[in-house]
Design a protein around this ligand. Structure first.
Ligand SMILES: [Zn+2]
Length: 120
């Protein structure tokens, strides 16, 4: 458990105002048949020695888990996709159109690569 933030606020675990820690805990979950390990964020109450996921944290943890899954199975993570878009300075819409064009051309490219393999 690694603390990343300390904030005095109403603790939703013990319902008292005190320093609530935001911590990172290595979590694992099964997603699409794969066991995925990722850094999950929680709010931690030292009084009750319990962790809590707020709605915002649930969304962030879900994204972290899916990114870990994508990294594990060799797909691009959300961060990598954004980095590629930034590198080529294309908008999400343009990038989506580029991807559509690539996918549409896939069978043709496959044929080409099979042709080149045959000629080796
Ligand atoms: Zn508390």
């Amino acid at each position: 458990m690694k603390p990343i933030k300390n904030e005095k606020k109403l603790c939703l675990i013990c319902m008292e105002e005190h320093e609530v820690q935001t911590v990172i805990i290595e979590d694992s979950e099964e997603f699409k048949g794969e066991e995925v390990s990722f850094d999950a964020t929680y709010e931690y109450c030292a009084h009750a020695d319990e962790c809590l996921e707020t709605e915002v944290i649930i969304k962030a943890n879900n994204l972290a888990m899916k990114d870990a899954f994508r990294a594990k199975v060799g797909l691009l993570t959300a961060k990598e996709i954004i980095a590629i878009r930034d590198k080529f300075e294309v908008s999400q819409k343009d990038f989506s159109e580029i991807l559509d064009a690539v996918i549409a051309s896939f069978p043709f490219l496959m044929q080409q690569s099979f042709q080149s393999i045959k000629s080796i």
